[in-house]
Design a protein around this ligand. Structure first.
Ligand SMILES: Cc1cc2nc3c(=O)[nH]c(=O)nc-3n(C[C@H](O)[C@H](O)[C@H](O)COP(=O)(O)OP(=O)(O)OC[C@H]3O[C@@H](n4cnc5c(N)ncnc54)[C@H](O)[C@@H]3O)c2cc1C
Length: 305
């Protein structure tokens, strides 16, 4: 099946946009902020919070970073005005992380300051392994200035994640706990640095989550894997964690039934709502990077809900 996934992923950039949109619309709110607001209001009405993400990554020219920053500043104004129950996620490579890390820091600092002015929060998404040290440094610096308004993502497939959690404890406190999103990780990484097998990744996900609970860290438990949701339930019970000290997170459009079961059980749920003009490049790049995702997209054609 792997070659079929690879073939479909390779062909996608050459397919008409309208056709790719049929695959992608289940996972992407739309092109404009208005689309993201409509979807977010609906999710809020169903008892879920959101995190808004403007699509785009890996820019090649610094002026694109400035444009992206201005777009985020506008998004924050608009989302706050619309009274959406949500926060913001962003990818540092959209702000020049791999071109000039100081410029990237200044751009993201401005965005976090804007969110902080509304008492809101910005999550730094974790990208591929070349970005991990840089993104941890960025988070460390921003967390000092905005202790309540910034969080990071950690990936359970990386062998280093347990020690990253321990190394960052020095910026954690009871009043301003660290807020991580814990996910499996989506990029294809070498075996030297990343766990590859399903059970290995899942075991480490739960070990990392347990370490977070043991240290009073606030986790966003980001998974659609029922086994991990059940594992998280066990840890929540074991450590008697109050509802306001963690949340579950899922991607827009994925496993809505499992999502509903978590919401119905009265756990907090936040949905990642991506939108923007870059949806086509984003969809096709994601699929090329990780052809196994093609399977999910094909499935979405036939399986609804
Ligand atoms: C809110 C959120 C934010 C994320 N942020 C990041 C990030 O910053 N950096 C990063 O590297 N990764 C990120 N990810 C992606 C994550 O790392 C995983 O690649 C992805 O969530 C799939 O892992 P899983 O835990 O759902 O388990 P899997 O074992 O991959 O999936 C479990 C089941 O969920 C369903 N499923 C999973 N993904 C899809 C899909 N796309 N479409 C349809 N069905 C699907 C399938 O039925 C599958 O069998 C994020 C994920 C979430 C939920």
């Amino acid at each position: 099946m792997m070659w079929i996934n690879k073939m479909i992923a390779g062909l996608l950039p050459f397919m008409p946009k309208n056709l790719v949109w049929i695959f992608s619309k289940r996972y992407i709110a739309g092109k404009n902020i208005e689309d993201a607001i409509i979807i977010s209001k609906k999710l809020n009405d169903e008892g879920m919070m959101v995190t808004i993400d403007l699509l785009g990554e890996f820019i090649t020219k610094l002026h694109q970073a400035e444009d992206n920053k201005n777009q985020y500043l506008n998004i924050i104004e608009t989302i706050q005005k619309a009274k959406i129950d949500g926060n913001y996620s962003l990818k540092p490579t959209m702000f020049g992380l791999l071109i000039d890390k100081d410029v990237c820091y200044e751009n993201i600092r401005e965005i976090v300051a804007k969110a902080a002015s509304f008492n809101n929060f910005v999550r730094i998404d974790m990208e591929d392994s070349q970005c991990v040290d840089l993104e941890i440094d960025l988070f460390r610096k921003l967390k000092k200035e905005f202790p309540k308004n910034v969080g990071l993502v950690l990936q359970a497939y990386l062998k280093r994640t347990g020690s990253d959690i321990k190394n960052l404890i020095d910026i954690h406190s009871k009043d301003t706990p660290i807020n991580y999103r814990l996910c499996k990780g989506i990029y294809v990484e070498p075996e030297k640095i990343a766990f590859k097998k399903y059970h290995e990744i899942n075991n480490h996900f739960l070990e990392d989550l347990e370490l977070m609970f043991q240290n009073g860290i606030y986790p966003g438990i980001a998974t659609h894997d029922k086994a991990l949701v059940e594992g998280a339930y066990e840890l929540i019970e074991k450590y008697n964690v109050p509802k306001e000290k963690y949340e579950f997170q899922m991607l827009y459009g994925v496993t809505p039934q499992l999502r509903k079961s978590i919401v119905d059980a009265n756990h907090r749920m936040r949905i990642y709502v991506p939108f923007g003009e870059q949806w086509f490049a984003y969809s096709t790049r994601r699929l090329k990077e990780n052809p196994a995702m093609a399977k999910e997209i094909i499935k979405a054609l036939f399986v609804r809900g």
